[in-house]
Ligand binder design. Structure first.
Ligand code: ATR
Length: 294
């Protein structure tokens, strides 16, 4: 019954815009998502006659929704929490990197075949390279946190050939599991919080992937800025606030601060590029998101 409601919604939306190219984002909840605003602006900027909708889809509704996307010719879909894993069972093909990572956040509909990609990790790395450090090769990296977000960015960072990546987590066993699950020629080493200060002191790039410091707890930080080497890059996946306490402290200490907004922009940029084959208008996309965040 519930499934019918969401399919009805999708159908009505498709009928209202059936002369246009259709894209959407799904999640639960979805109200907070800035993707419609950002991708709507991207299509407009590139003069593409497309509509980008958002749908609150529960886990029970997901299978029928995905089937309807296939049947109705919706050209692309972004997938957010909590569907990034489960959607993999419902599509027709999964890109090798997304498969190795174990999560899909972007789906392309190619003539009724749904193909899944993951643009989170590559979006993060593109943002880091454009905004903070052009060349990651040979760098010593510390990643704090060992959840899904951490896994995605570590997978993408490994392709850049850094000299080492230390994964530091409150629960060391989780960092160890993550390290064991990723095949790599780059030394990938699990560590506990006790080692964090010393590791930060030697690192060229320190990345916070935990939620510590996110609004409303903006005074908290998992890493003291003074632990960092002056001139190193402090990077945070959080974009609300745009500059976390970690980044503020690190900047005061002579570090380059890299906030999480770029990752959000570039994961969307890659999705746009997979869907349209055109270069994403990242400046306009950032402007659209910043206008509502500030
Ligand atoms: P995500 O998929 O967004 O990465 P997650 O899987 O819940 O979310 O992972 C959150 C990460 O932040 C974990 O590494 C978590 O540490 P634990 O594995 O020890 O739980 C880390 N984290 C969350 N709150 C934290 C806190 N207050 N201090 C330190 N680490 C924290």
């Amino acid at each position: 019954m519930i499934s019918l409601d969401i399919i009805q919604q999708l159908l009505q939306w498709q009928q209202a815009h059936n002369s246009k190219a259709l894209y959407c984002v799904i999640g639960d909840p979805i109200k907070q998502s800035k993707s419609p605003l950002m991708l709507g602006r991207a299509f407009q900027q590139c003069f593409i006659d497309a509509i980008y909708g958002s749908f609150q889809v529960t886990p029970e509704q997901l299978p029928s929704f995905v089937q309807a996307v296939r049947d109705l010719g919706i050209l692309g879909m972004n997938v957010t929490i909590p569907h990034k894993l489960h959607v993999m069972d419902l599509i027709d093909e999964i890109d090798a990197d997304a498969l190795a990572l174990g999560a899909v956040n972007t789906v392309v509909n190619r003539n009724g075949r749904l193909i899944g990609y993951n643009t989170d990790g590559i979006g993060y790395v593109r943002s880091l390279k454009e905004e903070a450090v052009a060349n990651i090769a040979g760098k010593q990296i510390v990643v704090v946190g060992a959840g899904g977000a951490s896994r995605g960015i570590i997978y993408a960072l490994l392709q850049e050939n850094p000299s080492t990546i230390h994964v530091v987590n409150r629960t060391v066993a989780r960092a160890e599991e993550l390290v064991a699950s990723l095949n790599s020629t780059v030394p990938l080493i699990a560590a506990g919080q006790d080692d964090l200060k010393q590791l930060c002191n030697q690192a060229d790039i320190v990345i916070n992937t935990t939620s510590v410091g996110m609004y409303p707890h903006i005074e908290e930080t998992p890493i003291a800025g003074e632990w960092m080497k002056s001139g190193a890059v402090a990077s945070d996946l959080i974009y609300n606030p745009l500059k976390t306490q970690f980044l503020l402290e690190a900047a005061q200490h002579g570090c380059v601060a890299h906030g999480g907004l770029g990752m959000f922009i570039y994961q969307g940029a890659f999705a746009f590029e997979y869907w349209t084959g055109k270069e994403a208008p990242v400046v306009a996309m950032r402007e659209a998101v910043l206008a509502v965040l500030q």
